[in-house]
Design a protein. Structure first.
Ligand code: AGP
Length: 612
Protein backbone atom coordinates (compact mmCIF):
# COMPACT_ATOMS: atom_id res chain seq x y z
CA UNK A 1 0.00 0.00 0.00
CA UNK A 2 1.03 3.61 -0.45
CA UNK A 3 3.02 5.22 2.33
CA UNK A 4 2.88 8.86 3.42
CA UNK A 5 5.38 10.91 5.43
CA UNK A 6 5.40 14.59 6.32
CA UNK A 7 7.43 17.01 8.42
CA UNK A 8 7.12 20.57 9.70
CA UNK A 9 9.61 22.06 12.14
CA UNK A 10 13.04 23.65 12.45
CA UNK A 11 15.07 20.93 10.72
CA UNK A 12 15.66 20.37 7.03
CA UNK A 13 12.75 18.17 5.99
CA UNK A 14 14.45 16.19 3.22
CA UNK A 15 16.56 13.75 5.26
CA UNK A 16 13.65 13.16 7.64
CA UNK A 17 11.32 12.41 4.73
CA UNK A 18 13.77 10.04 3.07
CA UNK A 19 14.38 8.13 6.30
CA UNK A 20 10.63 7.87 6.76
CA UNK A 21 10.12 6.57 3.23
CA UNK A 22 12.74 3.88 3.82
CA UNK A 23 10.85 2.75 6.92
CA UNK A 24 7.66 2.55 4.86
CA UNK A 25 9.19 0.38 2.13
CA UNK A 26 7.81 -2.73 3.79
CA UNK A 27 4.31 -1.64 2.77
CA UNK A 28 5.11 -2.44 -0.85
CA UNK A 29 5.42 0.22 -3.60
CA UNK A 30 6.63 0.99 -7.10
CA UNK A 31 7.66 4.67 -7.04
CA UNK A 32 8.62 7.35 -4.55
CA UNK A 33 8.77 11.13 -4.28
CA UNK A 34 9.02 14.17 -2.03
CA UNK A 35 7.86 17.79 -2.16
CA UNK A 36 9.62 20.53 -0.18
CA UNK A 37 8.28 23.96 0.64
CA UNK A 38 10.90 26.70 0.79
CA UNK A 39 9.14 29.81 -0.42
CA UNK A 40 8.21 27.75 -3.44
CA UNK A 41 7.42 24.07 -3.84
CA UNK A 42 10.00 21.71 -5.28
CA UNK A 43 8.96 18.20 -6.25
CA UNK A 44 11.34 15.27 -6.79
CA UNK A 45 9.82 11.92 -7.72
CA UNK A 46 10.79 8.78 -9.59
CA UNK A 47 9.51 5.33 -10.46
CA UNK A 48 11.46 2.64 -8.66
CA UNK A 49 12.88 2.20 -5.21
CA UNK A 50 13.57 4.86 -2.59
CA UNK A 51 17.29 4.24 -3.08
CA UNK A 52 16.93 5.27 -6.73
CA UNK A 53 15.27 8.51 -5.67
CA UNK A 54 18.05 9.01 -3.14
CA UNK A 55 20.70 8.51 -5.84
CA UNK A 56 18.91 10.97 -8.08
CA UNK A 57 18.81 13.52 -5.27
CA UNK A 58 22.59 13.48 -4.96
CA UNK A 59 22.65 15.97 -7.85
CA UNK A 60 19.81 18.09 -6.48
CA UNK A 61 19.72 20.65 -3.69
CA UNK A 62 16.56 19.97 -1.72
CA UNK A 63 15.78 22.63 0.87
CA UNK A 64 12.82 23.36 3.10
CA UNK A 65 11.62 22.81 6.63
CA UNK A 66 8.20 21.65 5.50
CA UNK A 67 7.77 18.65 3.27
CA UNK A 68 5.76 15.61 2.27
CA UNK A 69 6.84 12.25 0.88
CA UNK A 70 5.20 9.19 -0.63
CA UNK A 71 5.78 5.61 -1.70
CA UNK A 72 3.21 4.68 -4.32
CA UNK A 73 1.49 1.33 -4.72
CA UNK A 74 -0.22 1.89 -8.05
CA UNK A 75 -4.00 1.81 -8.18
CA UNK A 76 -4.95 4.35 -10.89
CA UNK A 77 -2.30 4.62 -13.58
CA UNK A 78 0.76 2.46 -14.15
CA UNK A 79 3.96 2.93 -12.17
CA UNK A 80 5.98 5.75 -13.81
CA UNK A 81 7.54 9.12 -12.94
CA UNK A 82 4.47 11.12 -13.94
CA UNK A 83 2.02 9.05 -11.88
CA UNK A 84 4.33 9.07 -8.86
CA UNK A 85 3.41 11.32 -5.95
CA UNK A 86 3.50 14.13 -4.90
CA UNK A 87 0.99 15.37 -7.41
CA UNK A 88 0.87 19.13 -8.03
CA UNK A 89 -2.13 21.25 -9.01
CA UNK A 90 -2.13 22.88 -12.42
CA UNK A 91 -1.54 26.35 -10.96
CA UNK A 92 1.28 24.91 -8.79
CA UNK A 93 -0.45 26.21 -5.65
CA UNK A 94 -0.92 22.81 -3.96
CA UNK A 95 1.14 19.62 -3.74
CA UNK A 96 -0.36 16.48 -2.28
CA UNK A 97 0.40 12.87 -1.41
CA UNK A 98 -2.45 10.39 -1.10
CA UNK A 99 -3.09 6.85 0.11
CA UNK A 100 -6.49 5.49 -0.90
CA UNK A 101 -8.90 5.60 -3.81
CA UNK A 102 -11.09 8.54 -4.89
CA UNK A 103 -14.06 6.60 -6.21
CA UNK A 104 -15.77 9.51 -7.98
CA UNK A 105 -12.55 10.84 -9.50
CA UNK A 106 -13.78 10.47 -13.10
CA UNK A 107 -16.84 12.68 -12.52
CA UNK A 108 -14.75 15.22 -10.62
CA UNK A 109 -12.14 15.18 -13.39
CA UNK A 110 -14.72 15.91 -16.06
CA UNK A 111 -15.99 18.84 -14.01
CA UNK A 112 -12.50 20.23 -13.63
CA UNK A 113 -11.71 19.79 -17.32
CA UNK A 114 -14.84 21.77 -18.08
CA UNK A 115 -13.37 24.50 -15.84
CA UNK A 116 -10.20 24.50 -17.93
CA UNK A 117 -8.02 22.16 -15.88
CA UNK A 118 -5.54 19.99 -17.71
CA UNK A 119 -4.07 16.78 -16.35
CA UNK A 120 -0.64 15.24 -16.81
CA UNK A 121 -1.08 11.95 -14.93
CA UNK A 122 -3.63 9.11 -14.90
CA UNK A 123 -4.05 9.30 -11.14
CA UNK A 124 -7.12 10.00 -9.06
CA UNK A 125 -4.78 11.95 -6.80
CA UNK A 126 -4.14 14.64 -9.41
CA UNK A 127 -7.89 15.15 -9.60
CA UNK A 128 -8.01 15.74 -5.85
CA UNK A 129 -5.14 18.23 -5.80
CA UNK A 130 -6.70 20.19 -8.67
CA UNK A 131 -10.08 20.11 -6.94
CA UNK A 132 -8.46 21.65 -3.87
CA UNK A 133 -6.92 24.38 -6.03
CA UNK A 134 -10.24 24.96 -7.75
CA UNK A 135 -11.94 25.42 -4.37
CA UNK A 136 -9.11 27.68 -3.23
CA UNK A 137 -9.59 29.95 -6.23
CA UNK A 138 -13.28 30.53 -5.46
CA UNK A 139 -12.54 33.49 -3.19
CA UNK A 140 -9.78 35.54 -1.58
CA UNK A 141 -11.13 34.61 1.88
CA UNK A 142 -10.72 30.89 1.29
CA UNK A 143 -7.74 29.49 3.19
CA UNK A 144 -5.80 26.39 2.24
CA UNK A 145 -7.50 24.33 4.96
CA UNK A 146 -10.93 25.57 3.89
CA UNK A 147 -10.13 24.58 0.31
CA UNK A 148 -9.14 21.11 1.51
CA UNK A 149 -12.39 20.82 3.49
CA UNK A 150 -14.48 21.96 0.54
CA UNK A 151 -12.76 19.55 -1.81
CA UNK A 152 -13.00 16.58 0.54
CA UNK A 153 -16.70 17.23 1.02
CA UNK A 154 -17.11 16.49 -2.71
CA UNK A 155 -15.09 13.28 -2.60
CA UNK A 156 -16.30 9.72 -2.10
CA UNK A 157 -13.76 7.02 -1.32
CA UNK A 158 -10.81 6.42 0.94
CA UNK A 159 -7.99 8.86 1.53
CA UNK A 160 -5.12 9.68 3.76
CA UNK A 161 -3.55 12.88 2.48
CA UNK A 162 -0.81 15.35 3.31
CA UNK A 163 -0.97 18.72 1.55
CA UNK A 164 1.28 21.77 1.29
CA UNK A 165 0.32 25.14 -0.20
CA UNK A 166 2.94 27.39 -1.81
CA UNK A 167 0.90 30.47 -0.92
CA UNK A 168 0.56 29.54 2.75
CA UNK A 169 4.00 28.21 3.33
CA UNK A 170 3.80 27.87 7.11
CA UNK A 171 1.51 24.89 7.33
CA UNK A 172 1.12 21.22 6.60
CA UNK A 173 -2.43 19.92 6.26
CA UNK A 174 -3.37 16.26 6.75
CA UNK A 175 -6.71 14.49 6.54
CA UNK A 176 -7.95 10.94 6.76
CA UNK A 177 -10.91 8.87 5.68
CA UNK A 178 -10.21 5.15 5.62
CA UNK A 179 -6.44 5.29 5.11
CA UNK A 180 -4.59 5.68 8.42
CA UNK A 181 -2.47 8.67 9.42
CA UNK A 182 -0.43 9.16 12.58
CA UNK A 183 0.99 12.48 13.82
CA UNK A 184 4.12 12.42 15.96
CA UNK A 185 4.30 15.27 18.46
CA UNK A 186 7.82 16.69 18.65
CA UNK A 187 8.97 19.85 20.42
CA UNK A 188 8.22 22.60 17.92
CA UNK A 189 7.96 20.02 15.16
CA UNK A 190 5.49 17.47 13.89
CA UNK A 191 6.00 14.20 12.04
CA UNK A 192 3.30 12.61 9.88
CA UNK A 193 3.21 9.02 8.63
CA UNK A 194 0.84 6.33 7.42
CA UNK A 195 1.71 4.25 10.47
CA UNK A 196 3.77 4.71 13.59
CA UNK A 197 6.91 2.89 12.37
CA UNK A 198 8.60 5.93 10.72
CA UNK A 199 7.86 7.98 13.84
CA UNK A 200 9.58 5.57 16.23
CA UNK A 201 12.63 7.28 17.67
CA UNK A 202 11.43 10.73 16.55
CA UNK A 203 8.49 11.32 18.91
CA UNK A 204 7.30 9.75 22.15
CA UNK A 205 3.65 10.67 21.71
CA UNK A 206 1.31 10.47 18.78
CA UNK A 207 -2.20 11.34 17.66
CA UNK A 208 -4.03 8.82 15.52
CA UNK A 209 -6.44 10.53 13.14
CA UNK A 210 -9.94 9.11 12.87
CA UNK A 211 -12.06 9.09 9.74
CA UNK A 212 -13.08 12.60 8.59
CA UNK A 213 -10.43 14.17 10.83
CA UNK A 214 -8.25 16.96 9.47
CA UNK A 215 -5.24 18.52 11.16
CA UNK A 216 -3.50 21.80 10.36
CA UNK A 217 0.09 21.64 11.55
CA UNK A 218 2.11 24.81 12.01
CA UNK A 219 5.46 25.11 13.71
CA UNK A 220 3.97 25.80 17.12
CA UNK A 221 0.32 25.04 16.56
CA UNK A 222 -1.74 21.91 16.02
CA UNK A 223 -5.37 22.39 15.07
CA UNK A 224 -7.55 19.28 14.88
CA UNK A 225 -10.98 19.50 13.33
CA UNK A 226 -13.10 17.44 10.99
CA UNK A 227 -13.71 18.17 7.34
CA UNK A 228 -16.93 19.93 8.34
CA UNK A 229 -14.72 22.39 10.26
CA UNK A 230 -15.97 21.18 13.64
CA UNK A 231 -13.21 21.03 16.28
CA UNK A 232 -12.26 17.51 17.35
CA UNK A 233 -10.88 16.62 20.78
CA UNK A 234 -7.26 15.55 20.80
CA UNK A 235 -6.35 12.08 22.11
CA UNK A 236 -2.63 11.77 22.67
CA UNK A 237 -1.17 8.25 22.93
CA UNK A 238 2.25 7.00 23.93
CA UNK A 239 4.21 5.51 21.06
CA UNK A 240 5.40 2.10 22.19
CA UNK A 241 7.67 0.96 19.38
CA UNK A 242 11.29 0.30 20.23
CA UNK A 243 13.40 1.57 17.35
CA UNK A 244 15.40 -1.69 17.66
CA UNK A 245 12.36 -3.48 16.25
CA UNK A 246 12.95 -1.68 12.99
CA UNK A 247 16.24 -3.10 11.90
CA UNK A 248 17.13 -6.56 10.66
CA UNK A 249 19.94 -7.12 13.12
CA UNK A 250 22.07 -10.07 11.99
CA UNK A 251 19.37 -11.39 9.66
CA UNK A 252 19.38 -11.00 5.88
CA UNK A 253 15.65 -10.26 5.77
CA UNK A 254 12.98 -9.02 8.13
CA UNK A 255 10.99 -12.17 7.37
CA UNK A 256 13.81 -14.41 8.65
CA UNK A 257 14.26 -12.21 11.71
CA UNK A 258 10.56 -12.44 12.45
CA UNK A 259 10.51 -16.23 11.95
CA UNK A 260 13.33 -16.51 14.47
CA UNK A 261 11.60 -14.14 16.90
CA UNK A 262 8.72 -16.56 17.36
CA UNK A 263 9.94 -18.36 20.51
CA UNK A 264 10.00 -14.93 22.14
CA UNK A 265 6.86 -13.51 20.56
CA UNK A 266 4.76 -16.57 21.39
CA UNK A 267 5.96 -16.25 24.97
CA UNK A 268 5.22 -12.51 24.99
CA UNK A 269 1.71 -13.31 23.77
CA UNK A 270 0.83 -15.58 26.68
CA UNK A 271 3.13 -14.01 29.29
CA UNK A 272 1.17 -12.10 31.92
CA UNK A 273 -2.01 -13.71 30.65
CA UNK A 274 -1.26 -17.25 31.79
CA UNK A 275 -0.25 -17.05 35.41
CA UNK A 276 2.74 -19.13 36.48
CA UNK A 277 0.57 -21.61 38.33
CA UNK A 278 -1.40 -22.06 35.10
CA UNK A 279 -4.58 -21.55 36.98
CA UNK A 280 -6.05 -18.43 35.54
CA UNK A 281 -6.01 -17.04 32.00
CA UNK A 282 -6.28 -13.26 32.17
CA UNK A 283 -7.45 -11.35 29.09
CA UNK A 284 -7.92 -7.86 30.44
CA UNK A 285 -9.08 -6.39 27.16
CA UNK A 286 -12.13 -8.65 27.13
CA UNK A 287 -13.17 -8.55 30.75
CA UNK A 288 -15.71 -5.73 30.52
CA UNK A 289 -17.66 -7.68 27.93
CA UNK A 290 -16.70 -11.22 28.98
CA UNK A 291 -20.19 -12.38 30.04
CA UNK A 292 -21.46 -11.61 26.54
CA UNK A 293 -18.69 -13.72 25.04
CA UNK A 294 -19.22 -16.65 27.42
CA UNK A 295 -22.94 -16.61 26.65
CA UNK A 296 -22.56 -16.10 22.90
CA UNK A 297 -24.90 -18.25 20.87
CA UNK A 298 -22.42 -18.10 18.01
CA UNK A 299 -18.98 -16.65 17.32
CA UNK A 300 -18.09 -15.26 13.91
CA UNK A 301 -14.41 -14.72 13.13
CA UNK A 302 -13.57 -12.48 10.17
CA UNK A 303 -10.24 -11.79 8.52
CA UNK A 304 -8.12 -11.96 5.37
CA UNK A 305 -5.14 -14.00 4.24
CA UNK A 306 -3.00 -15.35 7.03
CA UNK A 307 -5.34 -13.89 9.61
CA UNK A 308 -8.17 -15.89 8.07
CA UNK A 309 -6.06 -19.03 8.42
CA UNK A 310 -5.58 -18.26 12.11
CA UNK A 311 -9.34 -17.83 12.34
CA UNK A 312 -9.86 -21.35 10.96
CA UNK A 313 -7.66 -22.75 13.73
CA UNK A 314 -9.62 -20.70 16.25
CA UNK A 315 -12.79 -22.36 14.96
CA UNK A 316 -11.39 -25.82 15.77
CA UNK A 317 -10.18 -24.65 19.19
CA UNK A 318 -13.35 -22.87 20.32
CA UNK A 319 -15.74 -25.52 19.06
CA UNK A 320 -13.73 -28.40 20.54
CA UNK A 321 -13.14 -26.85 23.95
CA UNK A 322 -15.70 -24.12 24.54
CA UNK A 323 -18.48 -25.81 22.57
CA UNK A 324 -19.62 -22.52 21.03
CA UNK A 325 -20.54 -22.67 17.32
CA UNK A 326 -18.06 -20.75 15.19
CA UNK A 327 -18.28 -19.43 11.63
CA UNK A 328 -15.20 -18.13 9.85
CA UNK A 329 -15.61 -15.55 7.10
CA UNK A 330 -13.42 -13.87 4.52
CA UNK A 331 -13.82 -10.17 5.27
CA UNK A 332 -13.94 -9.37 1.54
CA UNK A 333 -16.98 -11.65 1.17
CA UNK A 334 -18.71 -10.89 4.45
CA UNK A 335 -18.77 -7.14 3.78
CA UNK A 336 -20.88 -7.61 0.65
CA UNK A 337 -23.11 -10.42 1.83
CA UNK A 338 -26.38 -9.87 3.68
CA UNK A 339 -25.15 -11.72 6.77
CA UNK A 340 -27.57 -12.89 9.44
CA UNK A 341 -26.26 -11.79 12.83
CA UNK A 342 -28.23 -12.48 16.00
CA UNK A 343 -28.11 -10.23 19.06
CA UNK A 344 -26.20 -12.92 20.98
CA UNK A 345 -23.65 -13.41 18.26
CA UNK A 346 -20.11 -12.18 18.92
CA UNK A 347 -17.90 -11.10 16.03
CA UNK A 348 -14.11 -11.33 16.22
CA UNK A 349 -12.10 -9.38 13.66
CA UNK A 350 -8.57 -10.56 13.26
CA UNK A 351 -5.94 -8.40 11.63
CA UNK A 352 -2.21 -8.01 12.19
CA UNK A 353 -2.15 -4.45 10.88
CA UNK A 354 -5.59 -3.42 12.08
CA UNK A 355 -5.92 -1.42 8.86
CA UNK A 356 -7.05 -3.97 6.26
CA UNK A 357 -9.83 -2.25 4.37
CA UNK A 358 -11.99 -5.36 3.95
CA UNK A 359 -11.71 -6.28 7.61
CA UNK A 360 -12.56 -2.73 8.71
CA UNK A 361 -15.56 -2.74 6.39
CA UNK A 362 -16.69 -6.05 7.87
CA UNK A 363 -16.28 -4.57 11.35
CA UNK A 364 -18.44 -1.60 10.44
CA UNK A 365 -21.09 -3.87 8.95
CA UNK A 366 -21.11 -5.98 12.12
CA UNK A 367 -21.46 -2.86 14.23
CA UNK A 368 -24.45 -1.81 12.13
CA UNK A 369 -26.04 -5.10 13.23
CA UNK A 370 -25.45 -4.09 16.84
CA UNK A 371 -23.40 -7.16 17.75
CA UNK A 372 -20.39 -7.21 20.04
CA UNK A 373 -17.20 -6.70 18.02
CA UNK A 374 -13.80 -7.86 19.31
CA UNK A 375 -10.44 -7.09 17.73
CA UNK A 376 -7.47 -9.46 17.65
CA UNK A 377 -4.75 -7.12 16.48
CA UNK A 378 -1.00 -6.44 16.59
CA UNK A 379 -0.83 -2.68 16.11
CA UNK A 380 -1.75 -0.45 19.03
CA UNK A 381 -3.66 2.60 17.87
CA UNK A 382 -4.75 0.95 14.63
CA UNK A 383 -8.24 1.58 13.32
CA UNK A 384 -9.39 -1.92 14.22
CA UNK A 385 -8.17 -1.60 17.80
CA UNK A 386 -9.96 1.72 18.16
CA UNK A 387 -13.24 0.82 16.49
CA UNK A 388 -13.99 -2.55 18.10
CA UNK A 389 -15.84 -2.79 21.43
CA UNK A 390 -12.97 -4.71 23.03
CA UNK A 391 -10.08 -6.89 22.06
CA UNK A 392 -6.75 -8.56 22.65
CA UNK A 393 -3.41 -7.30 21.36
CA UNK A 394 -1.18 -10.16 20.18
CA UNK A 395 2.07 -8.43 21.32
CA UNK A 396 4.13 -9.79 18.40
CA UNK A 397 6.04 -6.54 17.96
CA UNK A 398 6.29 -4.71 14.63
CA UNK A 399 5.99 -7.15 11.74
CA UNK A 400 7.83 -5.64 8.78
CA UNK A 401 8.05 -8.55 6.36
CA UNK A 402 5.08 -8.56 4.00
CA UNK A 403 4.66 -12.30 4.56
CA UNK A 404 3.13 -12.69 7.98
CA UNK A 405 4.89 -15.17 10.26
CA UNK A 406 5.20 -14.20 13.94
CA UNK A 407 1.80 -12.52 13.85
CA UNK A 408 0.21 -15.80 12.75
CA UNK A 409 1.62 -17.81 15.64
CA UNK A 410 0.74 -14.98 18.03
CA UNK A 411 -2.84 -14.88 16.71
CA UNK A 412 -3.17 -18.65 17.18
CA UNK A 413 -1.73 -18.36 20.69
CA UNK A 414 -4.31 -15.71 21.60
CA UNK A 415 -7.10 -17.95 20.39
CA UNK A 416 -5.71 -20.87 22.41
CA UNK A 417 -5.99 -18.64 25.47
CA UNK A 418 -9.50 -17.46 24.53
CA UNK A 419 -10.75 -21.00 23.83
CA UNK A 420 -9.35 -22.38 27.10
CA UNK A 421 -10.64 -19.44 29.14
CA UNK A 422 -14.12 -19.81 27.68
CA UNK A 423 -14.01 -23.60 28.14
CA UNK A 424 -13.09 -23.23 31.79
CA UNK A 425 -15.81 -20.62 32.36
CA UNK A 426 -18.38 -22.87 30.75
CA UNK A 427 -17.14 -26.04 32.39
CA UNK A 428 -16.73 -27.71 29.02
CA UNK A 429 -13.16 -28.86 29.62
CA UNK A 430 -11.86 -31.41 32.08
CA UNK A 431 -9.36 -29.94 34.53
CA UNK A 432 -6.63 -32.41 33.57
CA UNK A 433 -7.02 -31.56 29.88
CA UNK A 434 -6.90 -27.85 30.75
CA UNK A 435 -3.74 -28.32 32.79
CA UNK A 436 -2.14 -30.43 30.05
CA UNK A 437 -2.83 -27.73 27.47
CA UNK A 438 -1.65 -24.75 29.49
CA UNK A 439 1.52 -26.57 30.61
CA UNK A 440 2.18 -27.65 27.00
CA UNK A 441 1.58 -24.11 25.77
CA UNK A 442 4.31 -22.94 28.11
CA UNK A 443 6.66 -25.45 26.44
CA UNK A 444 5.94 -24.27 22.89
CA UNK A 445 8.58 -21.48 22.69
CA UNK A 446 11.37 -23.95 23.49
CA UNK A 447 10.01 -26.41 20.94
CA UNK A 448 9.82 -23.72 18.28
CA UNK A 449 13.45 -22.95 19.03
CA UNK A 450 14.40 -26.58 18.35
CA UNK A 451 12.74 -26.41 14.94
CA UNK A 452 14.49 -23.14 14.10
CA UNK A 453 17.80 -24.94 14.57
CA UNK A 454 16.88 -27.00 11.49
CA UNK A 455 16.85 -23.99 9.18
CA UNK A 456 19.95 -25.12 7.26
CA UNK A 457 18.50 -28.63 6.87
CA UNK A 458 15.32 -27.09 5.51
CA UNK A 459 17.41 -25.03 3.10
CA UNK A 460 18.81 -28.31 1.69
CA UNK A 461 15.24 -29.47 1.06
CA UNK A 462 14.45 -26.10 -0.52
CA UNK A 463 17.30 -26.55 -2.98
CA UNK A 464 15.55 -29.64 -4.39
CA UNK A 465 12.26 -27.86 -5.08
CA UNK A 466 13.17 -24.30 -5.97
CA UNK A 467 12.31 -24.88 -9.64
CA UNK A 468 8.88 -26.33 -8.95
CA UNK A 469 6.02 -24.82 -10.93
CA UNK A 470 3.29 -25.97 -8.55
CA UNK A 471 3.06 -27.37 -5.05
CA UNK A 472 0.32 -29.01 -3.01
CA UNK A 473 0.07 -28.72 0.78
CA UNK A 474 -2.03 -31.23 2.73
CA UNK A 475 -3.15 -31.32 6.35
CA UNK A 476 -6.01 -32.62 8.48
CA UNK A 477 -7.84 -31.22 11.48
CA UNK A 478 -5.97 -28.39 13.19
CA UNK A 479 -3.32 -28.73 10.48
CA UNK A 480 -5.59 -28.20 7.49
CA UNK A 481 -5.41 -24.38 8.02
CA UNK A 482 -1.64 -24.77 8.41
CA UNK A 483 -1.55 -26.38 4.96
CA UNK A 484 -3.37 -23.32 3.63
CA UNK A 485 -0.91 -21.04 5.42
CA UNK A 486 2.13 -22.96 4.14
CA UNK A 487 0.84 -22.68 0.58
CA UNK A 488 0.21 -18.94 0.99
CA UNK A 489 3.74 -18.38 2.30
CA UNK A 490 5.26 -20.20 -0.68
CA UNK A 491 3.19 -18.49 -3.36
CA UNK A 492 3.43 -14.96 -1.99
CA UNK A 493 7.22 -14.83 -1.69
CA UNK A 494 8.53 -17.35 -4.27
CA UNK A 495 5.75 -16.89 -6.86
CA UNK A 496 5.40 -20.68 -7.19
CA UNK A 497 1.75 -21.62 -7.50
CA UNK A 498 0.78 -23.52 -4.35
CA UNK A 499 -2.50 -24.85 -3.03
CA UNK A 500 -3.40 -25.91 0.47
CA UNK A 501 -5.99 -28.64 0.84
CA UNK A 502 -7.70 -30.71 3.46
CA UNK A 503 -5.93 -34.05 2.95
CA UNK A 504 -9.23 -35.88 2.99
CA UNK A 505 -10.19 -33.91 -0.11
CA UNK A 506 -7.39 -35.45 -2.19
CA UNK A 507 -9.68 -37.98 -3.80
CA UNK A 508 -12.16 -35.26 -4.76
CA UNK A 509 -9.92 -33.66 -7.35
CA UNK A 510 -6.40 -32.65 -6.35
CA UNK A 511 -5.04 -36.18 -6.79
CA UNK A 512 -5.35 -35.54 -10.53
CA UNK A 513 -2.51 -33.05 -10.13
CA UNK A 514 -0.10 -35.63 -8.77
CA UNK A 515 2.84 -36.65 -10.94
CA UNK A 516 6.62 -36.74 -10.53
CA UNK A 517 6.84 -32.97 -11.04
CA UNK A 518 4.60 -32.13 -8.13
CA UNK A 519 6.07 -31.60 -4.66
CA UNK A 520 3.41 -32.50 -2.08
CA UNK A 521 4.06 -31.10 1.39
CA UNK A 522 2.16 -33.20 3.93
CA UNK A 523 1.79 -32.24 7.58
CA UNK A 524 1.76 -35.66 9.23
CA UNK A 525 2.42 -35.58 12.98
CA UNK A 526 1.47 -38.63 15.03
CA UNK A 527 -1.99 -37.48 16.00
CA UNK A 528 -5.51 -38.87 15.71
CA UNK A 529 -5.47 -38.39 11.94
CA UNK A 530 -2.06 -40.02 11.45
CA UNK A 531 -3.22 -43.25 9.83
CA UNK A 532 -5.44 -41.31 7.44
CA UNK A 533 -2.70 -38.94 6.39
CA UNK A 534 -0.29 -41.83 5.86
CA UNK A 535 -2.83 -43.26 3.43
CA UNK A 536 -2.83 -39.94 1.62
CA UNK A 537 0.96 -40.09 1.41
CA UNK A 538 0.73 -43.58 -0.05
CA UNK A 539 -1.82 -42.36 -2.63
CA UNK A 540 0.60 -39.61 -3.66
CA UNK A 541 3.59 -41.96 -3.83
CA UNK A 542 1.60 -44.44 -5.91
CA UNK A 543 1.32 -41.69 -8.50
CA UNK A 544 4.99 -40.73 -8.37
CA UNK A 545 4.45 -37.54 -6.42
CA UNK A 546 7.35 -36.16 -4.36
CA UNK A 547 6.41 -36.10 -0.68
CA UNK A 548 7.98 -33.70 1.81
CA UNK A 549 6.47 -34.54 5.19
CA UNK A 550 6.43 -32.68 8.49
CA UNK A 551 6.57 -35.56 10.97
CA UNK A 552 6.87 -36.08 14.70
CA UNK A 553 10.41 -36.47 15.97
CA UNK A 554 11.29 -40.15 16.17
CA UNK A 555 8.57 -41.29 13.78
CA UNK A 556 10.43 -43.96 11.83
CA UNK A 557 7.29 -45.67 10.55
CA UNK A 558 6.91 -43.79 7.28
CA UNK A 559 10.44 -42.71 6.43
CA UNK A 560 10.63 -45.08 3.45
CA UNK A 561 7.57 -43.40 1.98
CA UNK A 562 9.08 -39.95 2.07
CA UNK A 563 11.33 -38.11 -0.36
CA UNK A 564 12.12 -35.55 2.35
CA UNK A 565 11.13 -35.14 5.99
CA UNK A 566 11.33 -32.42 8.58
CA UNK A 567 10.86 -33.58 12.16
CA UNK A 568 9.15 -31.46 14.78
CA UNK A 569 8.79 -32.11 18.51
CA UNK A 570 5.67 -33.80 19.79
CA UNK A 571 2.95 -31.59 21.27
CA UNK A 572 -0.77 -31.56 21.96
CA UNK A 573 -2.76 -31.74 18.67
CA UNK A 574 -4.51 -28.43 19.46
CA UNK A 575 -1.10 -26.72 19.70
CA UNK A 576 0.44 -28.48 16.71
CA UNK A 577 -0.18 -25.52 14.35
CA UNK A 578 2.31 -23.47 16.41
CA UNK A 579 5.04 -25.98 15.57
CA UNK A 580 4.05 -27.33 12.15
CA UNK A 581 3.93 -23.87 10.57
CA UNK A 582 7.57 -23.11 11.41
CA UNK A 583 9.19 -25.48 8.86
CA UNK A 584 6.70 -24.29 6.24
CA UNK A 585 7.69 -20.66 6.88
CA UNK A 586 11.37 -21.60 6.57
CA UNK A 587 10.80 -23.73 3.47
CA UNK A 588 9.03 -20.87 1.70
CA UNK A 589 11.70 -18.41 2.86
CA UNK A 590 14.64 -20.49 1.62
CA UNK A 591 13.00 -21.31 -1.72
CA UNK A 592 12.22 -17.62 -2.29
CA UNK A 593 15.77 -16.53 -1.43
CA UNK A 594 17.25 -19.24 -3.67
CA UNK A 595 14.98 -18.04 -6.45
CA UNK A 596 16.28 -14.49 -5.98
CA UNK A 597 12.88 -13.13 -4.97
CA UNK A 598 12.48 -9.93 -2.92
CA UNK A 599 11.41 -11.73 0.23
CA UNK A 600 10.48 -8.71 2.37
CA UNK A 601 8.70 -6.85 -0.42
CA UNK A 602 7.27 -9.47 -2.81
CA UNK A 603 6.04 -8.15 -6.16
CA UNK A 604 2.50 -6.75 -6.28
CA UNK A 605 2.00 -7.23 -2.52
CA UNK A 606 1.55 -4.76 0.32
CA UNK A 607 1.94 -5.36 4.03
CA UNK A 608 -1.37 -3.82 4.84
CA UNK A 609 -4.09 -3.77 2.19
CA UNK A 610 -5.74 -0.49 3.13
CA UNK A 611 -7.71 -0.25 -0.12
CA UNK A 612 -10.19 -2.73 -1.59
C1 AGP B 1 0.09 -12.85 4.80
O1 AGP B 1 1.40 -13.36 4.67
C2 AGP B 1 -0.20 -11.80 3.78
N1 AGP B 1 0.74 -10.75 3.84
C3 AGP B 1 -1.65 -11.34 3.80
O2 AGP B 1 -2.45 -12.45 3.48
C4 AGP B 1 -2.17 -10.78 5.14
O3 AGP B 1 -2.29 -11.82 6.10
C5 AGP B 1 -3.56 -10.19 4.89
O4 AGP B 1 -3.43 -9.10 3.99
C6 AGP B 1 -4.26 -9.70 6.17
O5 AGP B 1 -3.49 -8.69 6.75
P1 AGP B 1 -3.91 -8.22 8.25
O6 AGP B 1 -3.71 -9.39 9.15
O7 AGP B 1 -2.99 -7.07 8.54
O8 AGP B 1 -5.35 -7.81 8.20
Amino acid sequence: MCGIVGYIGDKEAFPILMDGLKKLEYRGYDSAGVALLNGKTEIFKKMGKVLELEDFMQSQHPAGKIGIGHTRWATHGEPNDVNAHPQESMGKIFSLVHNGIIENFQQLKEGLIAQGYRFTSETDTEVLVNLIEHCYNQGEEITAETAVQLALSKVTGAYGIAVICSRESDKLIVARNGSPLVIGLGSGEYFVASDSIPIAGLAQHVVYLNDQDMAVLQKDQFTLKNIKNIPVSLTVSALNIESGELDKGPFEHFMLKEIFEQPNTIEQTFKGRLNPEYQEIVLGGLMHVYPRIVNASRIVIIGCGTSWHAALIAEYLIEEYARIPVDVEYASEFRYRKPVLGENDVVFLISQSGETADTLAALRLAREHGVLTLGICNVVGSSLSRETDAGVFIHAGSEIGVASTKAFTAQVTVFVLIALKLARSKGTIQEDEYQTLVHELAEIPAKVNLILQKSEQIKVVALKYLDAINALYLGRGYLFPVALEGALKLKEISYIHAEGYAAGEMKHGPIALVDNNLPVIVIAPQDAWYEKIVSNIQEVKARKGNVIAIITEGDTGIKELLDDKIEIPETHPALAPLLAVIPLQLLAYHIAVLRGCHVDQPRNLAKSVTVE
